[in-house]
Each structure stands twice: as C-alpha cells, then as structure tokens.
Design a protein around this ligand. Sequence first.
Ligand code: FMN
Length: 202
Amino acid sequence: MLTTKEAIEKRRSIRKFKPDPVPDEVIKALLDAARLAPSGCNAQPWRFKIAKDTATKLKLAEAAHRQPFIAKAPVVLVCCADIQGYIEGTISSIQDLGRTGSVEDRVVTLILERTEKMKALKAEELAPRVAFNVAIAVEHIVLRALDFGLGTCWVRLIDEQMVRDMFGWDKNIHVVALLPIGFPAESPPPRRRLNMNDIIIR
Ligand SMILES: Cc1cc2nc3c(=O)[nH]c(=O)nc-3n(C[C@H](O)[C@H](O)[C@H](O)COP(=O)(O)O)c2cc1C
C-alpha cells in the first residue's frame, strides 16, 4: 500500500492501458474512496456510471471529441453531478451538522436560506459549484487506483450533451468528467510543474 505522498508523486495521467479487466471488487473499492470524499454541507452530489462494454466506451470516446484511448480502457467511469441531489443533500446534511454542533445554528440558517434561493436557478447555473465537489471525489478515485496498480486519466474535453443523450439523462445530471481506468501499458515521466515560488502569491 502506498503512502499518500507516494501516491501523489507516482500518479500520472495514463493513456495506454493493458486489456486486463479491472475486478468488480476493485471498482467497488474505488467508488468507496469517492463516497468518502468531503463535500460542501456534506451534500455528496457525485454519481457514477460504470461503462465496461465496448459499444458504450466507443461512444464515450466519440463524445470526448474523439480521444480513442478512452475506449481502450477496460473501465470508464462517467463522473457526474446530481444537481437536485445537491440541493436535497445540502438541506438534509446541513441540519445534521447543526444538530451535532459541528456548524453554528446561524450558519445553518444562512445555508438553508441560500439553498432555498438555489431552487430558482437553472441546472446550468448551479452546475459549476456542484461540479467541484465531484472533482474531489474523482481525485480520491485517481489516488486510490494506485493502490491496485491502476492508471487513470481525467478527461474533461467532452461534449456533455452527447454523453447525456447516450444515457437518456436530463440537465439535472451534469457530466463533470470521464475517467478511463486500467492497468498501465506505459510509464510516463513526471510532467512539468510550476516551482514553489510560482505558486505562492506574494
Ligand atoms: C480537469 C482535467 C481535465 C483533463 N482533460 C483531459 C482530456 O480531456 N484529455 C486528456 O488526454 N487529458 C486530460 N487531462 C490530463 C492532463 O493533460 C494532465 O493531468 C496534465 O497534462 C498533467 O499530467 P499528469 O496528470 O501526468 O501529471 C485532464 C486533467 C484534468 C485535471
């Protein structure tokens, strides 16, 4: 088992996969890592579609502006945000956080008022703020995958509407990313990163 530091340092975006299947219990362990991610007000808006069959993966690769490596991964997770689920999750979970004393009553009231106003917004308007919660869960999967020797690659260059149409989803489901997963058939060197000095705002 890798330490968190090792996983962070070892991770690469993998775009070449061996054909070996990913066992179902491993997929379950990856989704469990997503489930445990933090989210605003503990709303947990992440939802995942597991794609393993070739026809679906080919369509996903097409919807990702023709990035063919996606279809070659044994599993592709379609990582989504449930907009309505975010509102409902916020309302129920913020009350729990208030009851247990983790969050002050004043803050609970403020969040409930804000959430009430969210109900008037369109799904597209809410999507970005819901999406970053999903991104955290996706990165949990990315890092946990390394414990099983698996590689992944975030794919955000997607035609979201095409993906929704494939599965018959409405605008309540915001497609945040695709995550192809499989045993790596490449071991890329570290990609360039900014220096510490470049990332500190002075
Ligand atoms: C939000 C996000 C979207 C990305 N979208 C794509 C994508 O559509 N296609 C792709 O090949 N790589 C994609 N990547 C992978 C990046 O190119 C990669 O993370 C970056 O080049 C750094 O390389 P590394 O992940 O190996 O460190 C994406 C990464 C992130 C975090």
